[in-house]
Write a new protein. Structure first.
Length: 468
């Protein structure tokens, strides 16, 4: 980036100049002022890259090398980075100089975005706009408790619904919950276990079940028929079904919402965020039935009983409207279905070739690649060494060379999991599928031949032991 002259009318501040002068300090600044463990972790696993710019499904470094993004900012970058339609919408809304966030008017953009969103869930009637997925979940928890008059929320083991106190109470991962008790009085049930769900419902104090149709942690899909049967049980006990579509929504799984994969499922509340932002302005939305909203906002005295300072701001609403327009005009959902089937089929075929590759699962462009104990003695002894040090190290051993040697960014699906999760931008096509499969095949060949992958594994083992 070249040094820029201060723009007219902006005083002494110029963003281009600031980045040119201080951008090289990025890791030092984080280490000193932010989460100091983040740069430490990135240095340790060799992820401390310097990306200069991004476009679509790719990052680029200062030398012009491209990096394929199979992570999409944990699902935020559904349309890839810097989609021209979303960029134009944001330029337009800034240039319009709207009277935004007066709090005492009814601007058109939130109503228009709510109308567009609800068109994809015709059984739902109203929307609350916040600023993130965890806020969308918090709103759903509050609305469910108030609407039913019951205190307890059920959630599924291994679920991830956010990290604020309410959403953390329905987070099924102990590593996130440890040290933050007491949380809200909520109860886990196994995903797919209808008997466990019914036992809890019989106690009469359950407001709702919150569920991800496909869990992000490990990429575990609700069993066929589970959501429909759970919905029937909940209605029988006057409790609500909350679908957390923060990551799975807006086309990620090959349907607009993942719950739509199963006929007859009509959640009472739906949480969305991430891709709705277009990758620019944080936004979250809680969609719900009319009677729930009317019970929460039951009088003019309660008009602000649930609100958000930056909720429904013009920039976020413009981004959301642009995203939905692109999804419709570019037939994103159909493209996801086709590309996801191609990627999954290519990867599934590799399970016959590699004994370390145990499973490929998921839908659309949300795919989990699971590794497991090999059969051959040589590989089994190496696998056991890693498992003794820390479960999940082999998956990390695959993720690192994918980035360092093949310039592809992926992630391990969760702590202590031998699963890689692929959630690329929804705009990828056959070229990106071929690039990923070729790189993944090369890494797996190396792992089965006892190559550099295992040398990195030894380094990870040392790090795991040192961090105990």
């Amino acid at each position: 980036m070249t040094t820029a002259e201060p723009a007219a009318g902006t005083g002494e501040f110029d963003l281009g100049t600031l980045l040119a002068e201080r951008g090289g300090e990025r890791y030092a600044l984080h280490a000193r002022y932010l989460n100091h463990q983040l740069p430490r972790m990135l240095h340790t696993i060799g992820f401390d890259k310097v990306y200069e710019h991004a476009e679509g499904a790719y990052f680029f470094d200062a030398d012009g090398n491209d990096y394929l993004d199979m992570l999409a900012g944990f699902g935020v970058m559904g349309l890839g980075r810097h989609h021209p339609v979303v960029r134009k919408a944001l330029h337009d809304v800034l240039d319009a100089s709207l009277a935004d966030l007066t709090r005492f008017d009814c601007p058109p953009l939130p109503g228009l975005l709510a109308e567009k969103l609800l068109a994809h869930s015709p059984h739902l009637d109203r929307v609350f706009f916040g600023n993130s997925g965890t806020e969308a979940v918090e709103g759903a928890l509050k609305f469910a408790r108030y609407a039913t008059g019951k205190p307890r929320i059920l959630y599924c083991a291994h679920a991830f619904h956010g990290l604020t106190t309410g959403s953390l109470s329905v987070n099924g991962e102990p590593g996130f919950r440890d040290g933050f008790a007491p949380l809200l009085p909520d109860t886990p049930v196994p995903l797919g276990d209808l008997d466990a769900l019914e036992r809890e419902l019989r106690k009469g104090d359950v407001a709702a079940l919150i569920v991800e149709p496909i869990q992000g942690k490990g990429v575990h899909e609700a069993p066929p028929g589970y959501l429909r049967a759970a919905q029937e049980l909940l209605r029988r006990h006057k409790a609500l079904l909350i679908a957390d579509e923060v990551q799975t929504g807006l086309g990620r799984t090959g349907d607009f919402y993942a719950y739509q994969h199963e006929d007859g499922v009509e959640p009472d509340l739906v949480c969305v965020a991430k891709a709705l932002s277009g990758g620019y302005v944080p936004v979250g939305a809680t969609l719900g039935r009319d009677w729930i909203f009317k019970k929460v906002y039951s009088s003019m005295d309660r008009v602000l009983v649930h609100s958000a300072s930056f909720g429904a701001n013009a920039q976020a609403m413009a981004a959301g409207l642009a995203v939905l327009s692109v999804m419709e005009n570019e037939q994103i959902v159909a493209g996801v279905r086709a590309t996801g089937e191609l990627l999954k089929s290519r990867l599934t075929a590799l399970t016959e070739k590699y004994e370390l590759l145990a499973d490929v699962r998921g839908r659309g462009l949300m795919i989990g690649i699971e590794f497991g104990r090999p059969k051959s003695l040589k590989l089994r002894s190496r696998w056991a060494m890693l498992q003794a040090a820390r479960k999940g190290l082999f998956a990390q051993m695959v993720v690192v060379p994918l980035l360092q040697r093949h310039r592809i960014l992926t992630q391990v699906s969760g702590d202590h999991m031998e699963v890689i999760k692929l959630i690329p931008p929804l705009i990828i096509g056959e070229r990106e599928v071929e690039r990923f499969v070729d790189a993944f095949t090369a890494v797996m060949d190396d792992a089965h031949d006892g190559g550099l992958v295992w040398d990195f594994g030894k380094t990870l083992v040392k790090q795991a032991v040192a961090n105990r």
